[in-house]
Design a protein around this ligand. Structure first.
Ligand SMILES: NC(=O)c1ccc[n+]([C@@H]2O[C@H](COP(=O)([O-])OP(=O)(O)OC[C@H]3O[C@@H](n4cnc5c(N)ncnc54)[C@H](O)[C@@H]3O)[C@@H](O)[C@H]2O)c1
Ligand SMILES: O=P(O)(O)OC[C@H](O)CO
Length: 357
């Protein structure tokens, strides 16, 4: 082991793919952490505003961004001297964006996925999709309770960065890609924690959006705090079961990317998922809520992929099943959720598997 093996170079240059709300917020966080940042997006007009007037009026109106964020629409330009890439586009576009960028990425640099979802059809985690398309890169995830509007303003926020640890990382954890990325993003308003449980971290992010839709529906339908607390607590149990079935650790779901993000998203209509559920619960029609909407509501598409994956693995996820049935089937809204209360009684703990019927 040489001195430089012990102290791999710090990350000083980052590329962010996706100039929506969270991509722009992460560019601001990275700049405040002292990084040289290139933000790649598709819309030249938005990028020009970010670079020249420090604003993203389309996705983060009224928020002052730090100066010095470089922008481009050119994948090669975005990647030419980068040391790490954060991917911040909707989950349904991940495979295509990885394919576009594969020829331009410097060999071996870490790729951190900041989108929350499971691929429809394949049931693959975002990291599995990226691994297929970018087999020569370490793939990780950044996830946690992070409303873009607050993080972009510099309000104190924390998240988890997960990358699988190699044998070498276990001996020198501070040198791992996760640790280097955490140092690269850390600033007065943003505190990244590290984890080696990529599956646990990704499942938290994908499932919490579906549970938030359930909370929104029940709140919109006129129920209140008791109901929300039940959905959060039992929703957390659903996340833990799915993570465990995929080889993740239940304890990870008690952290920022699980309980933290679930609580945030289920508690506020700043959440697009909670807000969609709320409107449905208040009686707005599905067509009305879905048509013409151009913001990402990951829980809507991921209700299908989460439910399909749970069925495949034989994991019981009744709240997610119900969200899927009301969003994508004909199930009546309020009655379907009330039915959750009429299921056979049972023990609360997974380690005491008794039915009381
Ligand atoms: N907004 C938040 O508070 C927040 C926080 C944490 C995580 N996330 C996650 O980050 C991901 C992105 O969310 P967002 O809030 O930034 O969404 P957004 O709707 O604000 O922006 C999405 C961006 O992706 C771009 N995009 C869409 N499809 C693309 C494609 N095929 N190729 C290139 N660019 C494409 C859009 O042009 C847009 O710039 C989601 O998975 C979301 O769950 C969001
Ligand atoms: O607005 P939402 O519901 O997509 O939630 C945004 C983030 O995922 C919160 O951590």
């Amino acid at each position: 082991m040489t001195e430089s093996d012990n102290h791999p170079s710090a990350i000083e240059q980052l590329t962010i793919l996706g100039a929506g709300a969270w991509g722009t917020a992460l560019a601001a966080i990275s700049r405040r952490a002292g990084q040289r940042v290139t933000l790649w997006g598709r819309d030249a007009e938005i990028l020009a505003d970010i670079k020249h007037v420090q604003k993203n009026p389309r996705f983060l109106p009224d928020i002052e961004l730090p100066a010095g964020i470089e922008t481009t629409t050119d994948p090669w330009q975005a990647c030419k001297s980068t040391q790490a890439v954060l991917v911040v586009i909707p989950s349904r576009s991940l495979r295509q964006v990885c394919q576009t960028f594969a020829p331009h990425l410097p060999t071996g640099i870490p790729i951190v996925l900041c989108c929350k979802g499971i691929e429809q059809g394949s049931g693959l985690l975002m990291s599995e999709v990226a691994q297929q398309e970018l087999p020569n890169h370490p793939i990780g995830a950044l996830s946690g309770p992070t409303f873009a509007t607050e993080a972009a303003r510099g309000y104190p926020t924390a998240a988890t960065i997960a990358l699988p640890f190699s044998e070498q990382d276990r001996r020198y954890p501070a040198n791992s890609d996760a640790s280097r990325l955490a140092r690269a993003l850390s600033n007065d308003g943003f505190r990244p924690y590290v984890s080696d449980d990529l599956v646990g971290v990704e499942i938290g992010g994908a499932v919490k959006n579906v549970i938030a839709i359930a909370c929104g529906i029940m709140t919109g339908a006129g129920f209140a705090e008791n109901t929300r607390a039940v959905l959060i607590t039992r929703g957390l149990e659903e996340m833990k079961r799915l993570a465990q079935a995929l080889g993740g650790r239940r304890e990870t779901l008690s952290g920022l990317s699980g309980m933290g993000d679930l609580t945030l998203t289920c508690s506020s209509q700043t959440s697009r998922n909670m807000s969609l559920g709320f409107q449905l619960g208040q009686g707005r029609s599905r067509v009305d809520c879905f048509d013409g909407r151009d913001v990402v509501v990951e829980g809507e598409v991921n209700a299908v992929s989460v439910t399909d994956l749970a069925r495949q693995l034989g994991v019981e996820m009744p709240i997610c099943e119900t969200v899927n049935a009301v969003l994508h089937g004909d199930a009546p809204l309020k009655e379907s959720f009330v039915k959750l209360w009429n299921r056979p009684l049972k023990s609360e703990s997974q380690s005491l598997p008794i039915s009381l019927e």
